[in-house]
Design a protein around this ligand. Structure first.
Ligand SMILES: [Zn+2]
Length: 282
């Protein structure tokens, strides 16, 4: 079922920090200078990887059987074991393995194996924890920040980061906002409407909180409207238009000192919908 209007749930900052510390230690220890390879990490831990075609049942699943862990990876949904989606799925399942509470619960049989999806839609804390682990493992904060500073601001830079770190554009965009690379808001649109959003911490402090959530309210000709309405046929084309904070954030009045010129960028994600990135014009 779609959870149309809910804000994206968050873990506590303390828990996020603990998880990121563990994931980044692993990333920097095993792959200090090269792209993180979650498949190699799984193999070195003796985890069996079982690729297969499992319909829509899951993207990935971690199972414990007779003293050994196995990751099932659904090629029907992640395409190949080397795709950004598969890498995120493997990293997510590694989260269930490396986070003590997750692994112990599986090992003791207290909880059954559960299907995981790497679409960032889950509101289950266990899934959020594994997603956060995956994000920090594949995009360690120090090197992600360092590269982001050298690249163009906005979606162009995020797309480059996704290529370099081997993740989806959506995963890189969430990381970008979470690490507060700049004051920004990411909005994910599904094919039928609003999906979720992530605010960078400085955006939240600025009062960039409640945003437009109805596609019908998007300004005709704006970047997001063009992409949402399918008026841009080029899958990889970034649309960019100017806007104002007042327009995007209904609680900021035009007379407020918090109103400012902002850049709105949007890009299609094909069957997954589209992304809007809003940031200050500096
Ligand atoms: Zn999971």
């Amino acid at each position: 079922m779609k959870t149309a209007k809910a804000k994206h749930p968050r873990l506590s900052p303390k828990r996020e920090e603990e998880i990121a510390e563990l994931a980044e230690f692993l990333a920097n220890d095993r792959f200090p200078t090269t792209r993180i390879d979650p498949e190699a990490i799984a193999k070195s831990e003796g985890i069996g990887i079982i690729p297969g075609n499992y319909g829509d049942a899951f993207d990935g699943m971690l199972e414990h059987d007779a003293g050994r862990f196995y990751i099932y990876c659904n090629l029907e949904r992640v395409e190949s074991l080397w795709s950004p989606r598969a890498r995120f799925t493997l990293a997510h399942e590694l989260g269930h393995f490396f986070l003590d509470e997750h692994r112990n619960a599986l090992k003791s049989g207290q909880v059954p194996s559960h299907p995981s999806y790497c679409d960032h839609e889950s509101k289950n804390p266990i899934e959020l924890e594994a997603d956060h682990f995956a994000s920090a493992l594949l995009m360690p904060s120090d090197r992600f920040r360092k590269r982001a500073k050298k690249l163009a601001a906005g979606l162009e830079g995020i797309r480059q980061l996704a290529n370099e770190f081997g993740t989806s554009l959506t995963s890189a965009a969430i990381r970008y906002a979470k690490l507060d690379i700049m004051t920004c808001v990411i909005i994910k649109w599904n094919m039928d409407g609003y999906g979720w959003k992530w605010l960078s911490s400085s955006a939240y402090e600025l009062g960039w909180r409640k945003t437009i959530e109805e596609p019908a309210k998007l300004v005709p000709g704006s970047a997001s409207e063009c992409i949402f309405a399918g008026n841009s046929d080029a899958r990889n084309e970034i649309q960019r238009t100017g806007s104002t904070a007042t327009y995007w954030f209904p609680f900021i009045s035009p007379s407020s000192v918090r109103d400012c010129i902002i850049i709105e960028e949007a890009i299609s994600l094909g069957r997954f919908g589209s992304l809007t990135l809003i940031y200050a014009n500096s």
